[in-house]
Design a protein around this ligand. Structure first.
Ligand code: SF4
Length: 222
């Protein structure tokens, strides 16, 4: 189909550091050092599972940490767990998840070959938008996940993910087709529609296909 193949990465460490704390009720997380310091996967997952740094811990069934290959070239980041994800403890498992899987297959990737996470690890009640204080409390976890995976490119799914990853309020339509970088790293970020939006607006699947192809063409971090 003329689709570029993901090549093994030889990219250097992202060199990013973590926010100093995770919230007032949470012990500070050690900042990552340039030689790979900071929390490893096991400790990070344990911290998330017990996190009470924002109000969302009161209503969750369980935290939703992330899933997939921890050496993935592509990291997919969505908004927050929904009802299915809250029940199963895994991101993108409902109908939107099935569509995400199909989107990935369309570019030659299985779900297991990418790493999938959300901005928030706990479900907001009635799927309301994340609040700024919740994002602030939770973002150190995602930042560390990005550091550990060191993907070649991040795919931001939907407006909420894009706005919070890139600290902007630009309309999603204007963000498509551009190469951004994540936080203080050189890791490219590409923006596309959220699968839940595509379920309601299937005509935009074609644009999403273009975004996925664009993500595959984006140069890796130097
Ligand atoms: S959403 Fe994030 S910061 Fe809030 S309780 Fe859950 S894991 Fe902690």
């Amino acid at each position: 189909m003329g689709i570029p193949v993901w090549v093994p990465r030889g990219a250097p460490a992202a060199g990013a550091s973590m926010p100093a704390t995770l919230g007032s009720e949470q012990a500070p997380v050690p900042a990552a050092s340039g030689d790979g310091g900071g929390l490893g996967w096991t400790e990070l997952e344990r911290r998330v599972a017990g996190c009470v740094a924002c109000e969302l811990h009161r209503s969750r069934t369980q935290t939703v940490f992330g899933t997939g290959s921890r050496e993935a070239d592509l990291m997919v980041i969505g908004e927050a767990p929904g009802a299915d994800e809250d029940r199963q403890g895994e991101p993108f498992v409902g109908r939107a998840g099935q569509l995400l899987n199909a989107m990935l297959r369309a570019i030659g990737l299985s779900r297991e070959e990418v790493y999938i996470a959300n901005i928030l690890k706990c479900r907001p009640p009635r799927n309301r938008d994340p609040r700024p204080e919740e994002v602030a409390a939770c973002e150190a976890y995602l930042h560390r996940q990005v550091e550990l995976v060191r993907p070649r490119v991040i795919l931001a799914l939907g407006r909420i993910a894009a706005h919070n990853l890139l600290k902007t309020d630009a309309p999603l339509g204007r963000m498509r087709g551009r190469r951004y970088t994540y936080s203080d790293t050189e890791i490219p970020v590409v923006v596309t529609y959220h699968p839940a939006y595509l379920l309601r607006n299937p005509a935009d699947k074609r644009k999403t296909w273009q975004d996925l192809k664009f993500a595959q063409r984006v140069p890796a971090p130097r």
